[in-house]
Design a protein around this ligand. Structure first.
Ligand code: ACO
Ligand code: ZN
Length: 164
């Protein structure tokens, strides 16, 4: 029973204001990059159709927060494209390696493209974060540039991008 329950697929849905405490707690537990409350709320208000949570048995076990930027892009040089920026994604440790991170990414990218008109997705990731880099590469992201000392502790980031 236990094993069967663990394998239940996650429900991917849009985040709501009342989910923010759970989302922030997952972020605090899993990532060194944290944000003030208004930052989470603004992303939800402005780009809420691509701010998603994963729910298993009524419990939030993961999230993805995105935004839409405008810029030249990193893959094809056409001015003022809409770029889907994957700001933060995390899944609770006990729910990893069962496709939830992939499901959050795929659904968020679909929405960034179809709802917000983004033609590229991009993100930054610590160069030491093998799990996340593999997830992104599996989804077709390419490393496009190394950002020196991007993080507060001095670690570099890979900027990774993918055409939508
Ligand atoms: N080691 C090696 N490869 C991995 C690992 C790992 N620990 N985790 C995921 N992968 C790769 C595998 O190829 C995996 O496919 P497989 O299981 O069939 O081999 C593939 O990614 C997809 O894995 P999922 O199960 O879909 O991903 P998961 O639900 O485990 O979530 C995530 C991945 C979000 C990176 C998770 O490990 C996590 O929350 N980590 C801590 C937070 C974090 O680092 N977030 C990303 C920061 S960068 C940013 O937010 C833009
Ligand atoms: Zn970013």
């Amino acid at each position: 029973m236990e094993r069967r329950e663990k394998k239940q697929p996650a429900l991917i849905r849009e985040a709501r204001e009342e989910d923010l405490p759970d989302i922030v707690r997952i972020n605090l537990e899993t990532l060194p990059e944290h944000y003030p409350d208004y930052f989470w709320r603004d992303h939800l208000r402005l780009w809420g159709r691509a701010f998603l949570v994963a729910e298993v048995d009524g419990r939030i076990v993961g999230y993805i927060m995105t935004r839409v930027d405008r810029g030249l892009g990193y893959l094809q040089w056409r001015p003022f494209k809409k770029l889907g920026h994957i700001v933060s994604i995390a899944v609770l440790p006990e729910y990893r390696r069962r496709g939830i991170g992939t499901a959050l990414m795929v659904e968020a990218m679909r929405r960034l493209k179809e709802i917000y008109g983004a033609s590229e997705a991009y993100l930054e990731v610590r160069v030491s974060n093998d799990a996340a880099i593999r997830l992104y590469e599996k989804l077709g992201f390419k490393k496009v540039r190394r950002l020196r000392k991007y993080y507060l502790d001095g670690e570099d980031a890979w900027l990774m991008a993918k055409k939508l």
